[in-house]
Design a protein around this ligand. Structure first.
Ligand code: C2E
Ligand code: CA
Ligand code: CA
Length: 365
């Protein structure tokens, strides 16, 4: 890469490797936006060319951030920092891209840092709490378990997981947050099981957390600490955990499955839904995504996907839970087709642990 970079520049330009996969190019004075763009294009094309590594052809892409002297910084530090922010912005928009630094990037980076730090503080202050959405057996109208859904109980009110889970995943804090949520969840489950011993708890595990070596150990140790039967805990994972290292993910799933914990595939049909993987996974449950449920009575395609998923699950010996049921029509459509495990506002929104206790776990919906 270094020689490709030097060969695409002039002799008085400077090329350096900052470390890892980061290179810096310093172009000689008198470069305007237009010529910088041309050079960035040229570098991207050069780097895109395949590389032969011991007869294996590999290809890489480049993301380039550009800062201009003196507008984007009057020192090497400032210019590098501006170029770095622009590089991240280019990266976010996909491979083989370049971006010029804009002051907006600085504002966004600062806001982002502030968000990260607020999430860390909130975690230390125990501001993340568990809500639970009942999973209902539609035939008998009784709740058989709940899904744990995290909330941020902030001084400004409850904050949705969409506002903090993606950032917590990126900074790795999701692992500690989920461990704490599981401990709270098992504490609540213990209470509920006093009257309903088969009542179960389903917890969402992020791909990053799932790939951690000690996940299965942690779950097992907590189950024995609380003396809770492993088959009353369910773990919800999404297909995206298979992307980085499918073999490892499958191994962890098998290990987890051996402990007796049940595994559910969340948001089925929204990811890459590789059917060849599906048969290799020790899955107990497939969750039919709300985006298909919304199409019941509206879209023949959505109905066909639901019908096919139900047949698929049945032949693979897996149960189905339909998510996001809001109307009686959606409910009855699913019950008619043998999908009797229902989750959605039709029965109940996610509620607090206390609410479940006060209303008797099975009658909560
Ligand atoms: P999810 O796992 O697919 O959870 C289902 C989401 O659908 C929940 O949103 C739930 O409140 C919502 N929902 C359920 N029934 C209905 C319905 O009838 N209508 C509508 N419109 N929505 C319904 P929520 O609680 O906002 O969570 C959003 C996502 O955040 C979750 O999607 C999950 O991916 C993530 N999440 C929440 N808690 C956790 C957690 O503890 N750990 C991890 N890793 N992710 C979590
Ligand atoms: Ca889920
Ligand atoms: Ca889901």
């Amino acid at each position: 890469i270094a020689s490709r970079l030097t060969s695409s520049l002039r002799s008085n330009d400077t090329v350096a490797r900052l470390g890892g996969d980061e290179f810096v190019v310093l172009l000689d004075i008198g470069v305007d936006e237009k010529s910088a763009s041309c050079i960035a294009d040229k570098i991207i094309k050069e780097i895109q060319k395949p590389v032969n590594l011991n007869d294996t052809i590999v290809s890489v892409g480049a993301s380039i951030g550009i800062s201009l002297y003196p507008n984007n910084g009057d020192s090497s530090d400032k210019l590098l920092k501006s170029a770095d922010l622009a590089m991240y912005s280019a990266k976010n928009e996909g491979r083989d891209n370049y971006k010029f630094y804009t002051p907006q990037m600085n504002i966004e980076a600062t806001a982002r840092l502030e968000k990260e730090s607020n999430i860390k503080i909130a975690h230390n202050n125990n501001e993340f709490i568990n809500h639970y959405q009942p999973i209902v057996d539609g035939r008998h109208k009784c709740a058989v378990g709940v899904e744990l859904l995290m909330r941020w109980d902030s001084p400004h009110g409850l904050i949705s997981p969409f506002q903090f889970i993606p950032i917590a995943e990126e900074i790795g804090l999701i692992i500690q947050m989920t461990e704490a949520a599981l401990v709270r969840g098992l504490t609540d489950l213990k209470q509920w099981q006093k009257t309903h011993p088969d009542f179960y708890l389903s917890i969402n595990i992020s791909p990053k957390h799932f790939m951690q070596d000690n996940l299965v150990e942690f779950i097992q140790s907590q189950l024995s600490l609380f003396d809770i039967s492993s088959d009353t805990l369910r773990v919800e994972v999404t297909e995206s955990m298979l992307i980085s290292d499918p073999k490892k993910a499958i191994n962890i799933m098998c290990e987890l499955s051996k402990t007796g914990v049940k595994i559910a595939l969340d948001d089925f049909g929204t990811g890459f839904s590789s059917l060849s993987y599906l048969k290799q996974l020790p899955l107990d449950i497939i969750k039919i995504d709300r985006s298909f449920v919304m199409g019941i009575n509206e879209s023949k395609a959505d109905e066909a996907i639901i019908d096919a998923t139900l047949v698929l699950a049945q032949s693979l010996n897996m149960a189905c839970i339909a998510e996001g049921i809001e109307t009686k029509e959606q409910h009855d459509y699913l019950i008619d087709r043998g999908c009797h495990l229902i989750q959605g506002y039709y029965y109940s929104k996610p509620v607090s642990a206390q609410f479940i206790l006060n209303n008797e776990p099975a009658n909560v919906a």
